[in-house]
Structures are given as C-alpha cells and as structure tokens.
Design a protein around this ligand. Structure first.
Ligand code: NDP
Ligand code: AKG
Length: 417
C-alpha cells in the first residue's frame, strides 16, 4: 500500500470545507481529532498449535449525534492511521444521510486468505472480546467492511452475547438473516451506489442507456453496484476488476455470469472466458462515461490522474481519490460523487437493521429498499443544492452538509463549554 497518510488526506478535505463554510475554529479543532482510539494486540491459537499475536484497532471519531457506527476490516495493510481516517469519514457519512450515529471504524492487520475457517473464527471472537470495553448497542455498533462478512458478524454477535449472558442483536449489523440481520443489507452499499449513479447521470444530462461503466473491485460493493446499475439503470458495464486483474467486454458484461464464475473460481474473476483480460491500471484510465472505484483507498493519485478519462466518478470505496488528484479531476470538469455520500447505503440499511434488532421486529425487503432509495436520493440533492449555494464541488458540499449537522448537535449539547 502507499505511504500517503489517509488521515492527513481526510483532514485536507475537511479543512477545505471548513474554510468554505467559515466553520467556528473551536468546532473545527474538536472535529479534527478522534474521540477514542483503542489498539489491541491479541493472541490466537493457530491450527498447528502455535500462538500468533495480531494487532487490531477500534476508533470512535465522534459521538455527538448518536453511537459510533462503522465496519471492521481485515487486511494486511490495516494501520491506526487508516482506521482513524475511516472512522472520521463515518462521522460525515452518517451525518450526510441524516441517520442518528457518530463515526467509528475498526480493523485487524491480517490476510484472512491465509487463515483456516477455524483460525478466522478464533481471531474474530478474540478481537471482538478485546474491543468489548468500548463497544455496545448504544455506544458503538460495528459492521462488515473489506474481507469481513455476515458470518464474521454472527461470530461477533454470539461472542458479545455469550459474554453478557443474553442475545444482543443490536451489537452489530450486517448479520445473516437467521440471526437478526436485515433484508437488503448485503446489497445495500451497492444499491446506494446505484441510486446516486442514476442521479449523477440525470444531473449531468446523460442518457443512462448510452453510458458505459467500469468498476474497480468486485467484492460486496462493486459486484452489487455493477449488477444493479446494469439491471435497473440500464447502463453498460464494460469492465470490472479484482485483485487478480481486470476483464473487459465492449458489448457489456453479464454480471450474474461473472459473479457465478468468481464464486466457482476461488473468489477471483481472472480467466473469465467471455472477456479480454486487462490490468487494474488500464481499467482506471479507460475511456468510459462512469468510473466506480470500489476497492481500496488511493486508487487515483497523481501517478495516474492525468490519464483518467471518465466524465463521472462515483466513489464506492472509502478514500479512492487523493486530494491532489481530485483537484486535477475537478479542473478537467469530472463530476465526483464523494465516498461518504456514494457508499452510505450500507450504513443506512445497517441503521434499519439496528432499529429492527432493538425492536425484535423485522421489515420486508420492499420497505427496506424504498426507505433506502428515498434517503440516498434526498441526500444526493441536499448536497447538490449546497454545492450550488456555495459554488463548490460535490465533496466539499457533502462535508458542509455533514459538518453543519454535527456542529449543530455539538453546540446544542453544549459539551464543549
Ligand atoms: N461493505 C460495505 O458495506 C461497505 C464498504 N465500503 C467500502 O467499499 C470498499 C470495498 O469494500 P467491500 O466491497 O465491502 O470489500 P470486499 O472485501 O467485499 O471487496 C473488495 C474488492 O476489492 C478488490 N480489490 C482489492 N484490492 C484491489 C486492487 N488493488 N485492485 C482491484 N481490486 C481490488 C478485492 O479483490 P479480491 O477479493 O480478489 O481481494 C475485492 O473484489 C472499501 O473501501 C470499503 O471500505 C463502504 C461502505 C460500506
Ligand atoms: O454498515 C455500517 O455500519 C458501516 C459500513 C462501513 O464501514 C462503511 O460505510 O464504510
């Protein structure tokens, strides 16, 4: 991974917005720091009987509007700096879509592909016990992120529930349906990306049926975004990628077929027969109408930004464009739907799941989808209106909407007298 400090990059974005909106410097100072950072080093028994010590983090950036909320990532490149940035963005994500949470995030530095299922379960249970000192259904509610999934959430929920002696559904979201999950959570981030992509196409006066799309990352977010944009918006997905490389078909990819191939091919799209292979770098600079980076951060940097040709970028991932690269894109007239707005569908349905879990009463998929669509669409246009009011870009406008909500809650509570 790159050595760019993700938290510093996030602060650059924040400071730009703070300046445009003339934010009270005292509030700006408070919001520039996470409230809590917990780092744990914890032992896991490996299958061969040895003990390995892993390092993980849970950061709570802000809790002025409600409990901290955000996923937990398993990846070898996880650092405290990265988790701080991701927690920071969660604060703005929850605020921009108006759900009553603050921001949190967690991560463990591990490559889960190197663990057996039993080792993964032991690591997950131990990590969740280690961070139990700061989490709780009304304090901090984790969820899935890169390389974690509903099964891992079920282990988390069970671990916490065993420790306190009764089932606590609201402790974590993104759970399987059979243990208190919500209909529509798995697809939710991709569905939210689909909603804002359609609105970005409309806003830019393009015809969705004539738009071509490339998607970087074919995991939870990328694969659902690709499928739903193809099926419901009608645009042509001509390239997708994962860590094994990219595939390209100018006539459009059959996303269900690519998913089926991936699922039978160790989770990788490499070798998919009905497309041409290309590199990830080539995918990012393809001549498409819409580019959706939905893998990891720092995908578009000063190293490749000059070659990016897309008219619209919808950030499915968190932090895929560095601040310097964004300035270049804005000068080129690229319309960027920023990460914490574009990928807020996941946390929005997590909120629905949490509410359902607290009430032990579960909704139909149609109700979930309808409520998600409304929140995503309304949030997109509240950011558009702010963008016009301040004559600024989408990301800065999204920060202004979100910061204003957090600053108002902070002032009303009077917690910084
Ligand atoms: N899951 C969620 O609900 C949410 C996720 N996000 C963000 O979306 C992004 C993706 O998360 P998610 O889909 O959950 O994660 P997944 O682990 O499900 O998928 C990540 C995907 O990215 C691929 N990938 C990793 N590195 C590269 C690379 N260098 N080039 C191309 N592809 C790559 C992975 O490939 P492979 O599998 O082969 O390793 C995989 O296809 C992250 O930034 C995450 O924080 C944001 C909001 C909510
Ligand atoms: O569903 C959630 O609580 C948060 C998901 C997440 O980590 C994110 O939006 O980046």
């Amino acid at each position: 991974m790159s050595d760019i400090s993700l938290f510093e990059n996030a602060l650059k974005q924040f400071r730009k917005a703070a300046e445009v909106m003339e934010l009270d410097p005292c509030i700006a100072e408070v919001l520039s720091h996470p409230k809590r950072e917990l780092t744990v080093h914890f032992p896991v028994r490996m299958d061969d009987g040895s003990i390995k010590v892993f390092t993980g983090h849970r950061v709570q950036h802000n809790i002025a509007r409600g409990p901290a909320k955000g996923g937990i990532r398993y990846h070898p490149s996880v650092t405290l700096d990265e988790v701080k940035a991701l927690a920071f963005w969660m604060t703005w994500k929850c605020a921009v879509v108006g759900i009553p949470y603050g921001g949190g995030k967690g991560g463990v530095a591990v490559d889960p592909a190197e663990l057996s299922p039993a080792e993964l379960e032991r690591l997950s249970r131990r990590f969740f016990s280690e961070i139990q000192v700061i989490i709780g259904e009304d304090k901090d509610i984790p969820a899935p992120d890169v390389n974690t999934n509903p099964q891992v959430m079920a282990w988390y929920m069970d671990t916490y529930s065993m420790n306190v002696g009764h089932s606590v559904l609201g402790i974590v979201t993104g759970k399987p349906l059979d243990v208190g999950g919500s209909a529509g959570r798995t697809e939710a981030t991709g569905r939210g990306v689909r909603v804002v992509t359609e609105e970005a196409i409309n806003y830019n006066g393009l015809d969705p049926k004539n738009c071509t799309v490339a998607v970087q990352g074919f995991g939870n977010v990328g694969s659902y975004a690709a499928k739903l944009i193809k099926e419901e918006v009608g645009s042509k997905i001509i390239a997708v990628s994962d860590v094994s490389g990219a595939i390209y078909n100018p006539d459009g990819l059959d996303i269900d077929d690519v998913v089926a191939y991936r699922d039978q091919n160790n989770g990788l799209i490499k070798g998919y027969p009905k497309a041409t292979a290309m590199t990830n770098e080539e995918l990012l600079t393809m001549d498409v109408d819409i580019l959706i980076p939905a893998a990891l951060e720092n995908a578009i940097t000063m190293n490749n930004v000059e070659d990016v040709k897309a008219k619209i970028i919808v950030e499915g991932a968190n932090g895929p464009v560095t601040p310097e690269a964004e300035e270049v894109l804005l000068k080129k007239g690229v319309f960027i739907v920023p990460d914490f707005l574009a990928n807020a569908g996941g946390v929005t349905v997590s909120y629905f799941e949490w509410v359902q879990g607290l009430q032990w009463y579960f909704w139909d998929i149609e109700d979930v989808r309808k409520a998600l669509h409304k929140i995503m669409r309304d949030s997109f246009y509240s950011v558009i209106n702010t963008m016009r009011k301040y004559d600024t870009d989408m990301r800065t406008a999204a920060y202004i909407v979100a910061i204003d909500r957090v600053a108002t809650a902070t002032k009303l509570r009077g917690i910084y007298p």
